[in-house]
Design a protein around this ligand. Sequence first.
Ligand SMILES: [Zn+2]
Length: 300
Amino acid sequence: MNRDYIFRGTAHNDNFRIFGVSSTDTAQKARDLHDLSPVATLLMGRMISAAAMLSWDLKNPAAELTLRVDGSGKLGGAVVICCADGAVRGYVKEPQLWFEDKDANLLPGKALGKGTLSIIRSEPETAPYMGTCELVSGEIAEDLAYFYLQSEQIPTVVNLGILVDQTAKVRASGGFIIQQLPFADAATAAEISANLLATPNVSDLMDMGLSIEEILARFVFKGITWQKNEEHSLTYRCNCSFERFSNALLLLGKAELSTMTKGIKPICHYCNTEYKFGSDEIKSLIEQLTNTDKGKVNNK
Ligand SMILES: [Zn+2]
């Protein structure tokens, strides 16, 4: 069952942009697919929430938003890709990382170490956009807020919550982003900031049964008018296929493929599906390349 969704809204006469996400089932799916440890689950869950909200502005149905972190610590980094339709996939470099020290298993930022956060927007027929910034804490929410301030000079609040139990089962995952637009009323901004300070931990509130909308209404926008404008679903779904892997293998070229004639079994990083390319399949790929070469010669 999947009950996850992303939404967009506004507050105080469009002075503030709001994005919200409920990602408990999607984070759980990622946890199960990759058998993630608690610290890897925390990182993945927050990145899924963040990428889902960042993907809202994608216009083309074939567009993708990639959020990646790379760190010098033991966790190594992670990648999450969200499509315009809310299909998300991802992986953590060291999915089963486990610390003896209990508290360390709750601190993905410490396990990531120093590094960078990157956002890549790729839309068909458009040059991809890529922005990178240094990690501030590696806990993702803070890093993303810093990214917005650095790259777009937009004051942004990012709140990402995820609660896992000792077996890394995801009890609650979700979050919100609030962006203050240039003409926003300063008094209202101050009011929201004060409300945010008084807002309890988001994942704890979700675990008590509150939706992100209820959290925004009861705490963050207490005394402020706000509205939800649009919503769409969020699911963990990989788009890999035998055809995609064939195309990737073709890019390797004939010489490289000739070393694989006994067959290979590539595994998708994002969903762990194994694809079997037997010797016949490899031979047919080499043949395809040979035929294209001949085509090129004939066209001269
Ligand atoms: Zn896959």
